[in-house]
Design a protein around this ligand. Structure first.
Ligand SMILES: Nc1ncnc2c1ncn2[C@@H]1O[C@H](COP(=O)(O)OP(=O)(O)O)[C@@H](O)[C@H]1O
Ligand SMILES: C=C(OP(=O)(O)O)C(=O)O
Ligand SMILES: [Mn+2]
Length: 546
């Protein structure tokens, strides 16, 4: 039986038939421009505007196909948080690059001048977040029509009633054609994502990769929600036939979107959620899926969106007949598709679900050491959440050309402005309250490390996940992993038992042991800085260095 929630957040605004005037003018925000303003256009109008302006081409079955030039992934090293009274003591500066207020002031002045010079601008008033008491009003100002379509697809679209009297709390100005000047703006180069949490203003310039906008809103929510007792999460989420929800943490490209799209489960969202006292709620109103080598058998729901109007395909190769080729990575390895939740058949109508009964942590293990699934105690869950061991998947960040083993705390370090212990303690509290069962799932390599072994078959991952989520995995026999101490099932119906014992999938068991000991040492070394922030139970959950 499909889980039904009151239809209070699904907005028809994606289908608004006319442009909707801005309740708060740009001038009221101190933005002087003679540009023609296109306010709150819907997808259809924005696609038409993008095609008219030659920003992209239409694929045979409807999607808008665009290219983003040299930036086909996030420019992680060009993102800055302004260091000021608001952020000095609240931001985790070991992990977030800082910008001086005077550099931001110069950058803002130059952005406002650039806005003044534009002949037209596309402006969308949107929500970041679905649960009314926690959502943030965000205004996005774009020079590209397709960027405006992207962000209204990815964020939550207000109803027409909610647009009445809409006063933006945060404003994003997104100018891909703007080139930052390192001397004047304190940037590394001409690309910049500058976040001012005091002025509530985000300036994005010098990149056409649309993911920067969506991740900027994610960063705002990751900063604002912890003081309200809400845990922000880099995860996807869905609801099973039993009405129980699950969240899937994972760094970029590890499987959040893929694994949360499952015909037998109701999708909530694919990337960013909050865990409040009463619900797990989506921060977004759409999905942003990797499209490279998409297998229509393994991922039918996502594949169907590549044949729909309202989808934006980023860096997907298309021939002159409008036929797309998802196998072709000549433009980018990180090809993407952005589509509204309404494009997926079975989604939660109010973008929310009950607090999670299962917490899945997805790790793309490039060493091929970790089992395809492991059951975690709450202390082991905290340990792995703070460790965030995974691989940066090729293409998701500028400069990452093949899987790189990495430790990305909270499975989303690039998006976490506060210290990891803030998020870790919220997770600990939520798990203790609701008794969620936690799992570690390796969607990376098996049969050897990256380059020797093979990628974990999606079919095996889905079978193991479904067994975990429907509870049947609880009846399996488990063994204790000799290196990491967590429990691993010995046999699961429908899954090749050998894959459950990684060592047996390697040609040389002793080579496996050596690699496993190396990985354990990497875990131990990485966890050092967290040890003081956690209790003894979590420290005891660590793997024993060889
Ligand atoms: N076992 C697996 N589980 C999940 N995804 C897998 C697996 N094997 C390969 N993949 C691929 O990894 C990528 C995961 O991308 P995606 O789900 O968009 O990640 P995220 O949403 O975490 O950024 C997809 O291209 C998917 O086809
Ligand atoms: C779009 C992104 O998110 P994800 O890959 O986690 O879907 C990203 O990391 O740029
Ligand atoms: Mn994703």
């Amino acid at each position: 039986m499909r889980q039904r929630f009151p239809n209070t957040f699904r907005s028809p605004a994606l289908e608004i038939s006319v442009t909707f005037p801005l309740s708060t003018s740009l001038a009221a925000q101190g933005i002087e421009t003679t540009a023609t303003i296109h306010p709150n256009l819907n997808s259809e109008e924005l696609t038409a505007a993008a095609l008219e302006r030659g920003e992209g081409r239409r694929a045979k079955h409807g999607p808008l196909v665009v290219e983003t030039g040299k930036h086909t992934g996030r420019s992680a090293k060009d993102k800055f948080i302004v260091r000021n009274a608001e952020t000095e003591d609240t931001v985790w500066w070991d992990n977030n690059a800082s910008m001086k207020p005077e550099h931001f002031a110069a950058l803002k002045k130059d952005f406002l001048k650039a806005l003044g010079d534009r002949s037209e601008l596309f402006v969308a008033d949107l929500f970041g977040g679905s649960q009314p008491e926690y959502r943030v009003k965000v205004r996005v100002i774009n020079e590209l029509a397709w960027h405006n379509q992207f962000i209204r697809t990815l964020l939550v679209r207000p109803t027409e009633a909610e647009l009445e009297g809409f006063v933006p709390e945060y404003t994003i100005i997104d100018l891909p054609a703007f080139h930052a000047d390192p001397d004047r703006h304190g940037t590394r180069g001409e690309t910049v994502i500058a976040v001012n949490l005091e002025e509530k203003l985000i300036l994005i310039g010098g990149t056409k990769y649309a993911g920067e906008m969506k991740k900027s809103v994610f960063g705002i929510l990751n900063y604002l929600l912890p003081p309200k007792g809400v845990m922000p999460m880099h995860c996807s989420a869905n609801i099973g036939p039993d009405g129980k929800s699950a969240v899937f943490f994972g760094l970029s490209g590890t499987g959040k979107t893929t694994l949360s799209a499952d015909a037998s489960r109701t999708l909530i969202g694919d990337d960013e959620h909050g865990w409040s006292d009463t619900a797990v709620f989506n921060f977004e109103g759409g999905c942003y899926a990797k499209m490279i080598r998409l297998d229509p058998e393994a991922e039918p729901e996502i594949f169907a969106t590549t044949r729909m109007e309202g989808t934006v395909l980023e860096n997907v190769v298309m021939d002159e007949d409008g036929e797309i080729d998802l196998e072709d990575n000549s433009l980018a390895e990180n090809t993407r598709g952005a589509y509204p939740l309404s494009s997926i058949p079975n989604t939660s109508e109010d973008n929310m679900g009950p607090p999670p009964s299962n917490v899945i942590m997805l790790t793309a293990d490039a060493f091929g050491v970790l089992p395809p699934i492991a059951r975690l105690t709450p202390d082991q869950a905290m340990y792995h959440f703070l460790s965030g061991y995974t691989a940066k998947v090729a293409g998701t960040e500028i400069g990452v050309t093949e899987p790189e083993a990495t430790f990305s705390t909270c499975f989303g370090a690039p998006f976490m402005p506060r210290h990891p212990s803030v998020y870790g303690n919220l997770l600990k509290k939520r798990i203790a309250e609701g008794g969620a069962q936690c799992w570690l799932v390796n969607t990376g390599w098996t049969g050897g490390k990256y380059g020797v072994g093979r990628r974990m078959p999606i079919k095996a991952t889905r079978a193991l996940l479904n067994a975990a989520l429907d509870g049947s995995l609880g009846d399996a026999q488990f063994r204790k992993d000799p290196n990491f101490g967590f429990e691993v099932p010995i046999a699961v119906p429908g899954v090749d038992s050998q894959i459950l014992d990684p060592r047996s999938t390697w040609a040389d068991g002793e080579e496996y042991d050596r690699t496993a000991h190396k990985l354990v040492q990497l875990f131990v070394d990485n966890f050092e800085p967290f040890a003081a922030h956690v209790d003894q139970g979590v420290r005891d959950a660590a793997p024993a260095a060889a």
